[in-house]
Design a protein around this ligand. Structure first.
Ligand code: HEM
Ligand code: HEM
Length: 187
């Protein structure tokens, strides 16, 4: 049986997109601030929360990718080929980075020989044994990948606003929860 591609992202995809975006911004901000804290019990707690929320982001991104690959999604917005290509390339890169950041954090934590408990409930295995070289590399990847992601998100958001304010198409609206369906879509 063939199914018709939906005109907009469904509620699940919309909420997941904004939840993950919000969590990544929060995680990045906390990550950058916490490294400068003087050693204290609060610093340890914040590090533990950063790791637990980071693993949560990893799970949500995994869920999102599975959903994305398993279901029909809205077609590309019509436009010049270079725009469709660059949008796909940026989306692909964002997915890669959304996995690379938490996984490199986990790898860093493992190579530094720190234990990892998800909110104190589930003990997660180490991805690697104690290893200063891997620890150093994973830490670099964790930070650099975050800055690459931050740059791409600025481009990505600017493109969404360009579609909305200059091209007057539904690219942004179809990712916003709670808006009425655009013309031609079934409720
Ligand atoms: C989407 C999820 C995540 C984001 C956006 C994120 C972002 C960041 C950022 C921006 C920093 C500061 C880097 C620096 O200035 O050195 C940082 C540090 C750190 N992150 Fe994450 N992180 C995430 C997930 C994780 C996970 C899952 C773990 C471990 C399981 C983790 C472990 C760490 C650790 C240990 C540091 C401190 C590194 C140090 O003290 O040198 N992060 N994170
Ligand atoms: C950390 C922040 C963000 C990340 C990681 C992110 C990631 C993504 C990804 C990977 C997609 C492709 C969806 C897919 O094919 O599965 C997407 C779609 C989209 N994003 Fe973001 N996004 C972020 C923030 C934003 C912001 C701030 C805006 C706008 C202000 C935005 C607007 C959109 C729109 C409108 C779409 C749908 C594009 C379309 O229908 O073709 N995103 N986002």
């Amino acid at each position: 049986m063939t199914t018709v591609a939906p005109v907009r992202w469904n509620r699940f995809a919309q909420w997941l997109h904004w939840l993950i975006a919000l969590m990544i911004v929060g995680m990045g901000t906390v990550g950058l601030l916490m490294t400068g804290m003087t050693p204290s019990p609060d610093k340890i707690k914040i590090y533990a929360l950063h790791k637990s929320f980071g693993i949560t982001v990893l799970m949500l991104v995994g869920l999102r990718l599975v959903w994305r690959l398993a279901t029909r999604h809205p077609p590309e917005v019509p436009g010049p080929a270079w725009q469709r290509w660059s949008a796909s390339a940026v989306h692909f890169a964002l997915y890669v980075l959304m996995f690379a950041i938490p996984l490199s954090g986990w790898l860093f934590n493992s190579a530094a020989n720190f234990p990892l408990q998800w909110f104190g409930i589930v003990h997660l295995p180490a991805l690697w044994g104690p290893d200063p070289a891997v620890k150093h590399l994973a830490r670099e990847v964790h930070e650099d990948a975050f800055w690459i992601l931050a740059t791409l998100v600025v481009v990505h958001a600017a493109a969404a606003f360009k579609h909305h304010y200059f091209d007057h198409d539904d690219t942004l609206r179809r990712m916003l929860p709670g808006l009425p369906p655009p013309d031609g879509d079934k409720p």
